[in-house]
Design a protein around this ligand. Structure first.
Ligand code: SAM
Length: 177
């Protein structure tokens, strides 16, 4: 996960896990991983994958930090992929992430660089058209995280409605508590 070395002593939270793509990719390399989401439907999909693969170190949890639900546990690593662009109150989320990370632990956020609204054709539930990295870095630092670093983690090429093709990049930003 970027700058963070995974190990089998780690308890990890994947916030906004969706169908568990990232959760299940990290699962073999850590002690436990909790997939958290505000959609019961998404969590049902993750649970069916856990059952099918007979995984014993993956948990699921319903969490909607936007509704004031707080993190119950502390983790060595909190990851969140392609979720923060759906979240209105980022200051609160970063406050909760800080509370949810053990001292010396890390927060890793992957999301879209500013996309001008072109990435999502259906903008339902999209509250940020990607992020400016300096703004995201400010959120990490105001949230209390140190050693904040970022890399370009992926690029997605999409056909736009006007017939043009555009590449969208995804950053991975990491900070330490
Ligand atoms: C685009 S999906 C990303 C899924 C997965 N992380 C991935 O990278 O494939 C965004 C997910 O964030 C969840 N989500 C949106 N707002 C949330 C909130 N306030 N609390 C928890 N999950 C949220 C949605 O239900 C959805 O499953």
């Amino acid at each position: 996960m970027g700058e963070v070395k995974l190990n089998h002593n780690m308890n990890v939270l994947d916030f906004g896990c969706g169908t568990g793509l990232v959760t299940l990719q990290l699962q073999p390399s850590v002690r436990t991983i909790t997939g958290a989401d505000s959609s019961h439907g998404m969590l049902d999909v993750v649970r069916s994958k856990i059952e099918e693969r007979k995984l014993t170190n993956v948990k699921t949890e319903f969490i909607d930090l936007e509704k004031g639900v707080v993190l119950k546990n502390k983790y060595h690593l909190v990851v969140s992929s392609m979720t923060l662009h759906h979240v209105e109150d980022l200051g609160y989320i970063f406050h909760e992430f800080y509370n949810g990370v053990l001292s010396g632990g890390h927060l890793c956020i992957a999301d879209l660089d500013s996309d001008g609204g072109d990435f999502h054709r259906d903008k339902t539930g999209v509250v940020h058209f990607g992020f400016d990295r300096s703004e995201m870095r400010r959120l990490f630092m105001q949230g209390g995280f140190q050693d904040v670093r970022d890399v370009t983690a992926a690029a997605v090429v999409k056909d736009l409605p006007d017939g043009t093709v555009r590449e969208f990049t995804v950053f991975l930003m990491t900070g330490r508590k």
